[in-house]
Design a protein around this ligand. Structure first.
Ligand code: SAH
Ligand code: SF4
Length: 382
């Protein structure tokens, strides 16, 4: 019986891995860079089309390697231009990617895990339990695919006689989709390196944002190895409340988290941390919470991004009123801290934050084990 050899998926190879592979085959380093440009800049997945590579090199590649993103099982477009793709990542798991065009930029929100272990009670991903970490190919594959799709749109616009809409190009990536990126560090790191590398996507460090619920040791590693912009999902201004809203806080409490933020700032491409703060009616949106946040802002150079909660049925939680969000933001700004309120985009296709539910199965049966998580939180609120 002949041996079945699994082909190598080059999509998830870091620049270093690509050059190692090419070197193993006796190729010069510039061959690896050419190959990288074909894969990521031109979005080509067929070695035959890589016309400036030597024929025998192409043959060798075709024999041993593939370039493969996850399959898109569903695609939606919102009236406001937002696009959403649902990728099949096997075994009935899927993850979502959202493209948000704006006047001056195009932002892609990508996922890092199928499900999430952190299990925040306001997050639909958290409700699905944890299924698995995505591979680097599955992570970067979201950008690879979205870029091809957005470029195809551009070409259509051109044939229609329209000028290139500059807002269609992906200029920013935020790791704010499904999953906790810093709990899938090694694969996320490869994807980040590809995003930044000039032979692939060439994005600026300031335009690539990792959002974390506060995995302290990996914040330090990221600072050392690939300091991109950092958003920290704070959501509560004291440990008692944060233990309940972001359960990881029990492991890495606020004091440690804030110290890690200050260490990160020494390496960060921006001189502030963005604190994300979801606005939950009657839970974390009182004046006293804003005042506690201002005390935090005296310790860490930061901006606040208030996120109106996107409700989903199981959560049992409510979004703060518009007026409350405005007053809360006002109080923070009067305290001298830059505060923005996140616009909700793509609402008609459930593409907004925390609505990225996909088809992930709740294998861990978290709903059955903890059916009233949100209610527990409501009751414990003093
Ligand atoms: N795990 C990481 C990144 C993914 S979550 C993190 O928690 O930071 C990305 C953002 O979406 C986080 O700030 C998260 O708090 C927010 N989010 C999750 N559920 C939400 C919901 N139902 N409504 C609004 N924002 C939500
Ligand atoms: Fe995980 Fe982030 Fe959702 Fe919390 S908010 S459950 S950390 S994906």
């Amino acid at each position: 019986m002949s041996e079945v050899v699994t082909p190598i998926n080059l999509l998830g190879h870091s620049p270093e891995q690509l050059s190692n592979l090419v070197a193993q085959w006796g190729g010069k380093p510039f061959r690896a860079r050419q190959l990288q440009r074909w894969i990521h800049q031109r979005g080509v997945d067929d070695f035959d089309q890589m016309t400036d590579l030597a024929r025998d090199f192409r043959q060798q590649l075709a024999e041993h390697c593939i370039i493969q993103a996850s399959e898109v099982v569903h695609e939606q477009r919102s009236a406001d231009g937002t696009r959403k793709w649902l990728f099949d990542v096997g075994q009935n798991n899927s993850v979502e990617t959202v493209f948000i065009p704006e006047d001056d930029r195009g932002t892609l929100c990508i996922s890092s895990q199928a499900g999430c272990t952190v299990a925040c009670p306001f997050c639909s991903t958290g409700y699905q339990g944890f299924n698995r970490n995505l591979t680097a190919a599955e992570i970067i594959g979201q950008l690879w695919h979205a870029r091809r799709a957005v470029m195809a749109d551009l070409l259509t616009a051109r044939t229609d006689g329209g000028a290139t809409p500059p807002d269609r190009v992906i200029s920013n990536v935020v790791m704010m989709g499904m999953g906790e990126p810093l709990l899938n560090y090694s694969q996320v790191l490869i994807a980040l390196k590809l995003m930044l590398d000039d032979n692939s996507y060439g994005l600026s460090r300031r335009r690539v944002t990792v959002s974390t619920s506060g995995v302290v040791p990996f914040m330090d590693k990221l600072a050392e190895e690939c300091p991109v912009a950092l958003a920290v999902s704070l959501h509560a201004p004291n440990d008692a409340l944060r233990d309940r809203l972001v359960p990881l806080n029990k492991k890495y409490p606020l004091k440690e988290l804030l110290a890690a933020c200050n260490r990160y700032l020494k390496h960060a491409p921006r001189d502030f941390i963005t604190f994300e703060y979801i606005m939950l009616d009657g839970i974390n949106d009182l004046d006293e919470h804003a005042d506690q946040l201002l005390a935090i802002a005296r310790e860490v150079k930061c901006k606040f991004n208030l996120i109106p909660f996107n409700p989903f049925p199981q959560s049992g939680l409510k979004r703060s009123s518009h007026a409350r969000v405005r007053e809360f933001a006002q109080r923070l700004m009067e305290g001298g801290v830059v505060t923005t309120v996140r616009k909700t985009r793509g609402d008609d296709i459930d593409a907004a934050c925390g609505q990225l539910a996909g088809d992930i199965r709740d294998r861990t049966r978290i709903d059955q084990r903890m059916p009233q998580r949100a209610q527990i939180i409501l009751k414990q609120e003093p």
